[in-house]
Design a protein. Structure first.
Lengths: 249, 309
């Protein structure tokens, strides 16, 4: 089966971002950018399906700026076969991304689409579910295990109370949680080979997709800072403080 | 202006997260209706009708809504959404699973995990693991919103007497089925509702050592959580994870044991009233947010703490 994987270029997870002085957003100038960690897990899962002989072709797609080509090349180095960049301005809202992905799904007709459950910049956790709505496909969100069983897909999901397993008709949408797999690193030969794999760039207009949003960010502020407290010398002192100063036990 | 709150429920009654979500709806203003969708949820609807400030409870009781499969529930909510100014759900795994599907079907963008209501169309929400707070305005005719429960004090579970009304034909998309679930059995308070949370990290060394935390938690009446590192290492199950992509907690007291304090973990607990960190590495970032830090070997400190509280 053909598998489509969507990836997003985000600020690296090790970077502690700073809010811009004019409150228009966070400062991303000269900040290390990477593939969203949940998207790495999505790519890895697709590659494992291909290694098992379940997936025949892996197409990786990103909706974002020209620079997102870097993350697409990374996905190609990890084992994707070809890439599509839907070139659009930064800071798209989830519905716009889902609409662009829907257009790619219409064209590519994958049996399975894997996305990260959330991007660590906007923390929205929406795009996969929205793509499922727009395509009318079933969704297996927050997946910790994915198994193809004939024309169905069994997905084990991480839910608040534990784990839930659902059976989905294919084609289906899956969003990854942390425990689905541990992504590999790209080897140098594969990074070199990835440079020769096809990467197609399309514009949202070519796909006939509107990127309008009903959401508008008015301002971005730094959170109220939490100042460091004190170091206590002993467990006895800690208990005394919790009882008499903080009064929480 | 009338607001529809999609209820989260467990064990035959509305879950505490529903009460926080009703509180957010009350802040927006207008009438608050609660939707209870599921199978054999009559008792849940009765408990929802008692919530303070709820004007009406809609019940969609049908086999198609068992296990709240999003493929079936989302069309129901879309059908009901006409006539509502806002649709709210708690940002639980159910709320996160269902509501974006509703938003896309309504052709609107969702606002995820709001922590405050600025006005009927403007809300604050954390981004970048809580390292920035965005103020977002929605122009959607029906505003679709998930609510971070720690941002709103729960309304009273008793005191209301809302009318209960059966609604909605069954929507069965027929593209997904429930297979099974493994729910953690736990006699301790629920993590997101507990007044005290004791969490362990990689420093616990292995799953067996969490017994020290369970025993301390039982003495304190606390819930037990974990960092991603502890979950990834297989010490404890996923439902215990506190952090950016796990559970968000804000108890009166959070005791972090053997947790270094990655920003992703801090995102899940830094709104706790009092934070205690016990770690043998005095450079650990967790000490930068802790009200009380104790540099000590946790295997000595935790049993001693249990004795003294």
């Amino acid at each position: 089966m053909k598998v489509l994987v969507a990836v997003k270029r985000v600020v690296d997870y090790n970077v502690k971002v700073r809010v811009k002085a004019d409150n228009s957003g966070v400062d991303l100038a000269n900040v290390k950018m990477s593939m969203n960690p949940f998207c790495e897990i999505a790519v890895e899962e697709a590659v494992r399906l291909k290694e098992k002989g379940v997936a025949s072709e892996i197409v990786v797609v990103s909706v974002g700026p020209t620079t997102a080509q870097e993350q697409l090349r990374t996905a190609l180095a990890l084992g994707a076969d070809r890439a599509i960049l839907v070139e659009a301005a930064d800071e798209l809202n989830s519905l716009a991304v889902a609409k662009a992905l829907k257009a790619v799904v219409d064209k590519e007709q994958p049996q399975l689409v894997i996305l990260g459950k959330q991007a660590i910049d906007s923390d929205n956790n929406q795009t996969g579910q929205m793509l499922a709505a727009l395509t009318g496909y079933a969704q297996g969100t927050f997946a910790s295990k994915v198994e193809v069983a004939g024309d169905k897909l069994n997905v084990t999901r991480e839910i608040d109370g534990g784990l839930q397993t659902v059976s989905l008709n294919l084609p289906a949408i899956v969003t990854t949680d942390l425990r689905l797999n541990e992504p590999r690193y790209a080897s140098l030969p594969n990074i070199m080979k990835a440079k020769k794999k096809p990467l197609e760039t399309v514009k949202p207009d070519d796909l006939g997709v509107s990127l309008a949003s009903t959401n508008k960010t008015l301002k971005v502020e730094a959170p109220a800072a939490r100042s460091a407290g004190i170091k206590v010398k002993s467990v006895a002192e800690l208990v005394e403080k919790l009882k008499n100063e903080a009064k929480v036990i | 202006m009338t607001i529809l709150v999609v209820a989260e429920y467990e064990n035959g009654a509305v879950a505490p997260s529903t009460l926080n979500t009703v509180a957010a709806a009350a802040k927006i203003g207008g009438d608050v209706h609660v939707l209870v969708a599921g199978q054999n949820v009559g008792g849940v609807a009765e408990s929802a009708a008692k919530i303070a400030g709820v004007a009406k409870v809609l019940v969609a009781d049908n086999a198609a809504y068992a296990h709240v499969l999003p493929e079936n529930i989302a069309p129901l909510i879309v059908e009901l959404a006409t006539g509502y100014s806002h649709v709210l759900a708690p940002a639980t795994t159910n709320g996160k699973n269902i509501l974006p599907r509703v938003a896309a079907l309504l052709d609107v963008d969702q606002i995820s995990e709001i922590i405050s209501v600025e006005s009927a169309d403007t809300f604050k929400r954390p981004i970048y693991a809580g390292n920035a707070i965005a103020t977002v305005q929605s122009s959607a005719a029906v505003k679709v919103i998930t609510v971070r429960t720690t941002g709103f004090d729960a309304v009273a579970a008793e005191g209301g007497s809302a009318a209960v009304e059966a609604v909605g034909a069954a929507h069965n998309a027929g593209i997904s089925t429930f297979v099974g679930e493994e729910l953690a059995k736990c006699d301790r308070p629920e993590l997101t509702a507990a007044k005290i949370v004791v969490s362990g990290g990689r420093g616990m060394g292995n799953g067996d050592n969490f017994k020290h935390l369970y025993s301390l938690a039982d003495k304190l009446g606390a819930a037990v959580g974990a960092s991603r590192a502890a979950v990834d290492a297989g010490f404890v199950p996923n439902d215990m994870q506190v952090g950016q992509t796990g559970k968000i907690v804000a108890p009166q007291l959070y005791i972090a044991v053997g947790i270094s304090g990655a920003i992703q973990h801090l995102a899940g607990m830094k709104d706790s009233k009092v934070i205690v960190a016990i770690n043998k590495d005095e450079e650990a970032p967790i000490f930068q947010v802790a009200d009380y830090g104790l540099v000590a070997d946790l295997f000595e400190a935790v049993p001693e703490l249990e004795k003294l509280v």
